[in-house]
Design a protein around this ligand. Sequence first.
Ligand SMILES: *[C@@H]1O[C@H](CO)[C@@H](O)[C@H](O)[C@H]1NC(C)=O
Ligand SMILES: *[C@@H]1O[C@H](CO)[C@@H](O)[C@H](O)[C@H]1NC(C)=O
Ligand SMILES: *[C@@H]1O[C@H](CO)[C@@H](O)[C@H](O)[C@H]1NC(C)=O
Length: 677
Amino acid sequence: MMICFIWKVILLNIIINVAESYKNNGFPNNIDAQGPTFFIEPPGNNEFINSAGLIIDCMARGNPQPNIQWLNLKNNPVLPISKVRLILSNGSLYFPPFDAENFREDVHWTTYRCSARNTIGTIVSKDTVVKAVVPQRYEPEVQNPGGFIACNVIIKCVIPSFVRDFVTVTSWLQEPNFNIYPSLEGDGKNHMLPTGELLVYNITKHDVEKMYRCRTHHRLTQNTLVSKNAGKIQLTEIQELVPPIINEKILKLRIRIGDPLVVACDAYANPRPTYRWHAEREGDTETLENMVASGRAKTKDGTLIIFSVSKTDNGPFYCTVTNSEGMETFKLELLITSPLSAIIQPSLQTVSLGHTADLICRTFGFPQQNIVWLKDGNRLRTGSRVRLFSSEHIHFSPIVKEDQGMYQCVLRNEWESIQSSSEFRLGEVFPQLNYKFIEQTLQPGPFISLKCSCSGNPTPTIIWFLDGYPLPNDDRIMIGQYVTMFGDVISHVNISAVKSEDGGEYTCKAYSNAGEVTHSAYLNIYGLPYIRPMSILSAVAGKSFSLRCPIAGFPIESVSIEKDGVKLPVNARQRINNATLTIENVQRAADQGTYTCIARNKQNYTSMRSVELKVLSLGVEATTSCLEGRSTNHWWAIGEAAALGSCDLPPNIPPNRKSCRKKKKAYVSSSYITICF
Ligand SMILES: *[C@@H]1O[C@H](CO)[C@@H](O)[C@H](O)[C@H]1NC(C)=O
Ligand SMILES: *[C@@H]1O[C@H](CO)[C@@H](O)[C@H](O)[C@H]1NC(C)=O
Ligand SMILES: *[C@@H]1O[C@H](CO)[C@@H](O)[C@H](O)[C@H]1NC(C)=O
């Protein structure tokens, strides 16, 4: 009884799948499956104040709707920690506000990534760096630099290292109320550099009287401070001669392409030195002289100004400071950056098994450290089949089934990462039967196993028929199906202690969206003629219909079919061939009724079985309660086949209805009957 129940469930599932598949085949509004893409990709930098908390959004599109998951640096899923790190129902990552003593470096100062996964594949976001900042009180402090009369002096505003990343010097205050703001050239006396220092040109006795304070801004707290102390230039009174002395001889500066650059070359020297800036560049790149001549750069009394840096400015610049006593050189190392971006081409491609394909990651921005390729969120394994032609070019030859999925190239440098994704779709491959069972003739008794195996893309489903009907509901008959690693479907029909009644023509049918293929062969079991029971059949008026007599027993001498006691055929619309009655242009009045199959062996033993045929008119009658039946092309059924009722459908359901959403609605299309579950 139990086995019987399981069998029913299997059958039911298969039938539902068939209905699903026909739905996809038959109705054009089926939306294609689509791999995930981010439409809110989390930002790369996420600095926040502990008392404010932070929400990082991550959202992706796709069909089916992708699942969002957060990953840590080791690519493991991030788990929620009560009150510390939560994952919201919309997929966002939430760090609730917390007290300074609850700061956790592994949670609040680390890198995350968001992944989006659906049945097509997985993509991961760029690195999402989280930095929770516990604001600390700090004091900017103005230094008191020394200098000789007529020299240039730089006054610095010192910010403690623990806040330096978040604080900028916004302006200087010359007491009592003269404000100095950053500029490219200054006012001839005071020049606040964009990097925050104050440069005072050609100091005089008068300048050393002045008091300077700096103003700073914390970009997370938005707090603005004025230094408590005021700085002053210390005039070196001794009139000894001093060769140029430079405290910091090397300055490394990272600057974004297009931004202005102002760098002062500042030396302690007596007498007043002269300054000469130059750049060493290979080949025919623009010299500093050319830059000055073209107006792109300017040098002014030791200060180098480039109005808008370009990629060719990357590299060292030198400032040579000379006076009568000697010479000193200051080196500026410029690193020009440009925001990274990457795009994989093509973003979607449909490829065929056995063919070749390419993925190209076009990258922009610099510097570029490396490109990493991912397949479904993991590092892509390359080799001779999936070959890395160059860091930006992957070549697949030949394509295999496992190649389908989501690919990404991730471009990185020290400060930034960026990703682009691409979907690799496998073209449909018609189902192909790799293994088919063969015809067998045997005595009743043994265990029989019939097997079909099939490949194709998408992975096909196999269903079985006996003489064109679903397999009988019998606990001796088991259907089993599984998919191998390689995507082949293997399906068995196993019959324990085969009986004469099990004989007939077995069919395995493999189908997918790409198509279907069938294979049939006879299983002949010696025994008396036997006709298996049939459920009520239905035909559609105006269409053709065939009734196949499900005959077991072997050998069979003859088969005949009668309607209401009269041997067929009786008209030109009817034909009998191979135990099958075909009726062309079905007519309700003439063809509805009871049909009887009669099978006979040489010894004149006979078996007969009757079945009722209902003729449906298009769009008028179909079924919600009729549980099993057959139209001209396809099988259809609902659930627990039992009581067969009349096939009635509200008359206003139009033929060829496109969508099939509601449960247990049946309707008639021009070619077949479908039931939606
Ligand atoms: C996700 O939910 C949080 C909390 O309800 C909300 O603040 C956030 O804006 C949501 N994100 C998106 C992208 O809708
Ligand atoms: C500083 O003095 C030098 C020599 O006297 C002069 O050439 C230069 O232009 C002055 N610089 C400024 C910014 O006034
Ligand atoms: C059917 O029989 C075959 C061959 O003996 C076996 O491999 C398979 O697992 C069986 N399947 C079921 C569903 O019993």
